[in-house]
Design a protein around this ligand. Structure first.
Ligand code: GLN
Length: 202
């Protein structure tokens, strides 16, 4: 089937996700309004600034429609700030920071920032036969996951000691999230996993 995948386009690196999806031959559209959300089969929540995106989602009357579609089983991929938006629980969030939720995980915002703001490293991802080059930019990590959550990736042993072994990619049913930015650098394999999920749930 031909799936239409939306990219939440309130703020953040929207264009890079649209380009990654286009490389896979998927129709990708920007989502800013409830009617645009209603028209997509799956949604990417990009990296950027989770506090800004959450505020804009409220301003644009999107936060409740987003929660409802996720509750109804719409596949979603959150990357970095998008992972924070999909998390049920946020540590080190801004005061009053809202999430959309759906993923039974606790994320720690700007987690790696206590040691280094940004770094790159190879990440083994379940379902891919060669590592992904992970780009982490003021990224969250996953502190803990609920019973229905599959851990897809952890930080490798070449990272800072505090970061080694931290969970940086997860899946729960049709929801996926990564701490890193798979949209940067021309490797669309993580998006490919998500497109498979969308097709399975369509
Ligand atoms: N630190 C950002 C936040 O809290 C996320 C950074 C990113 O998406 N690259 O939303």
């Amino acid at each position: 089937m031909t799936a239409t995948i939306g990219v939440l386009a309130l703020q953040g690196d929207v264009r890079e996700h649209v380009a990654a999806l286009a490389r896979l031959g998927v129709t990708a559209t920007a989502v800013r309004r409830p009617a645009e959300l209603a028209a997509v089969d799956g949604l990417v929540l990009p990296g950027g600034e989770s506090t800004t995106m959450a505020k804009l989602a409220r301003t644009f009357d999107l936060i409740e429609p987003l929660r409802q579609r996720i509750k109804d089983g719409m596949p979603a991929l959150g990357t970095c700030a998008g992972m924070i938006l999909l998390a049920d629980r946020i540590e080190d969030g801004a005061v009053g920071q809202e999430s959309i939720g759906g993923l039974d995980i606790t994320v720690r915002r700007n987690a790696f920032g206590r040691q280094v703001d940004s770094f790159e490293g190879d990440v083994d991802v379940v379902g891919l036969d060669a590592p992904v080059h992970g780009i982490f930019i003021r990224a969250p990590w996953v502190e803990s996951v609920g019973g229905g959550v599959e851990v897809l990736a952890r930080v490798g042993s070449d990272a800072e000691p505090e970061a080694v072994g931290r969970i940086v990619a997860v899946r729960q049913g049709p929801l996926m999230a990564t701490s890193f930015h798979p949209e940067v650098g021309g490797d669309a394999r993580v998006h490919g996993l998500f497109v498979d999920l969308v097709r399975q749930h369509a």
